[in-house]
Design a protein around this ligand. Structure first.
Ligand code: FES
Length: 76
């Protein structure tokens, strides 16, 4: 059986499912998400993907930020 994990951060192994669960538990800003998973804390290559995922999963997010980058669905 093939198990597919949608890894969005290769440095930390953070998956889309992990992020979705955290958003379900009220974590909807990138800084908190990064602290909880380690995502966006390494090379930074996943920043845009994680910001897009967070914007998609929490459409009411008014704009968390990480490293000066603002979450906005308008930028994707
Ligand atoms: S891929 Fe996420 S920090 Fe490197």
């Amino acid at each position: 059986m093939l198990i597919t994990r949608n890894i969005v951060c290769r440095c930390s192994g953070t998956t889309e499912e992990q992020i979705s669960k955290l958003v379900d538990h009220g974590i909807d800003d990138l800084e908190s998400l990064s602290r909880a998973t380690g995502g966006c804390s390494g090379c930074g290559a996943c920043d845009a993907d994680i910001m897009a995922l967070l914007a998609r999963l929490s459409p009411c997010n008014a704009g968390g930020n990480l490293r000066g980058k603002t979450v906005s669905s308008a930028s994707f």
